[in-house]
Design a protein around this ligand. Structure first.
Ligand code: AOS
Ligand code: ZN
Ligand code: ZN
Length: 388
């Protein structure tokens, strides 16, 4: 049986990165519902993230998005984060919101547009230098809508060339994380549609290029945990964008739609050494809270990832291996289900209390009265930028 002290130590050591855009107003193409008290500046987004960290103890990193989080002085933003016990995490680029990018960015047929996109990505690396961020996270909206619209292979060539230039620019300790998504906004071909395409580009680039698995970016029925196991085996899993999906890229709270899938993913992470600091897997959230209160929703999501991780850590590895060796299908499956069916909330409550935290972080945040305070103080809150 797993040692509970070791399980708790692993849970206390796990770091879950929250996205700056999760704190801003967001919505769908139909409506953005403004909420009282949302941040007006990147600084206020960090104030919210600091609350999530204060109540959970495991969320010290914040992903930024450029240009949604544009400031004059990124070093000052990093110092502001540090003063609040935070670090700036992945820098997310944006090559999808300008009119210029109608036919794509790094895959665009016009070299001038590709140049503009690459310059933006290089600018993101400059920002990483200033903030001390280690990860450049790239997601490209590039693709085509109609058969024949562009040459699929030529687009791959352009992508490879642009990525190579950015990769060359990376500094010591920095890496490039390439995210894939099977469709949207392009509806016929997407230039980085799946893990295989992302993996092939990362392999060519070199060891500092790795793949990001956004849990909302797969066709229904895709076995995401298999992809996770394979990428870990190849040393190419850079991180996750956790969120839930019922239909497509819903960006709902991680663990809400399918907690069993999140457990299966975390089981492969644990089983394949992905929790170890040396594996350097970034456990990021990529979510938008369109109708629910944002800070409590981020806290809940962090707790959901912790619950899935706890269950995965509780899998009896010896019993599982023995059942697998002897070909006992039912017993092997039962070992996994026993862990999944364990109520890990008491364990997490105990862990939080041991670390001087409130056992129920959502309730504690709501009780703190902060939500009412920021609703009164912050007038004219910012929109996240886009219904990511
Ligand atoms: C887009 O669908 C992707 O999930 C991106 O990871 C992300 O939402 C965006 O880069 C936010 O900055
Ligand atoms: Zn994502
Ligand atoms: Zn997405």
């Amino acid at each position: 049986m797993p040692d509970i002290a070791a399980v708790k130590a692993a849970l206390a050591a796990q770091r879950i990165e929250t996205p700056s855009w999760g704190y801003g107003n967001s919505g769908t193409r139909f409506k953005v519902f403004a909420q009282p008290g949302v941040p007006r500046t990147p600084y206020e987004k960090l104030d919210d993230a600091a609350q999530v960290h204060a109540f959970t103890g495991v969320a010290p990193k914040v992903s930024l998005h450029i240009p949604w989080d544009r400031v004059d002085d990124y070093a000052a933003l990093a110092s502001y984060a540090k003063e609040r016990g935070l670090e700036l995490g992945a820098i997310n680029s944006n090559t999808f919101q300008d009119d210029t990018y109608r036919l794509g960015s790094v895959c665009h047929p016009d070299a001038a547009v590709r140049r503009r996109a690459v310059d933006h990505l290089l600018g993101c690396v400059d920002i990483m230098d200033a903030t001390g961020s280690a990860d450049l996270k790239l997601w490209f909206a590039d693709g085509t809508n109609y058969p024949g619209q562009d040459d699929v292979t030529a687009r791959q060539e352009r992508l490879a060339e642009c990525l190579a230039e950015v990769y060359e620019r990376l500094g010591e300790g920095q890496r490039l994380l390439l995210e894939y998504k099977f469709f949207e906004p392009a509806f016929y071909t997407t230039d980085v549609p799946d893990w295989g395409t992302a993996y092939a580009h990362c392999l060519r680039l070199g060891p500092r290029a790795q793949v990001v698995v956004d849990t909302g970016h797969h066709a229904p029925g895709t076995n995401i945990e298999f992809i996770v196991a394979l990428l870990l085996r190849e040393g190419k899993l850079g991180g996750f964008d956790f969120n839930s999906r019922f239909y497509a890229d819903d960006d709902l709270m991680a663990g809400a739609a399918d907690p069993f899938q999140l457990f299966r993913i975390m089981h492969e992470v644990v089983r394949n050494g992905g929790l170890a600091p040396a594996a350097d897997v970034a456990f990021m959230l990529d979510q938008c809270h369109n109708i629910e209160a944002k800070v409590p929703a981020v806290i809940r999501s962090v707790a959901n990832v912790q619950e899935a991780t706890a269950k995965a850590l509780l899998v009896d590895g010896d019993a599982l291996a023995a059942a697998q060796r002897s070909g006992d299908v039912l017993a092997a499956n039962a070992v996994l289900m026993d862990a999944y069916d364990t109520d890990v909330r008491p364990l997490l409550r105990a862990l939080r209390e041991e670390r001087g935290l409130d056992p129920d972080p959502v309730a504690a945040y709501l009780r703190s009265g902060r939500q009412e305070r920021i609703a009164a103080e912050r007038v004219g809150g910012d929109q996240a930028g886009w219904g990511a």
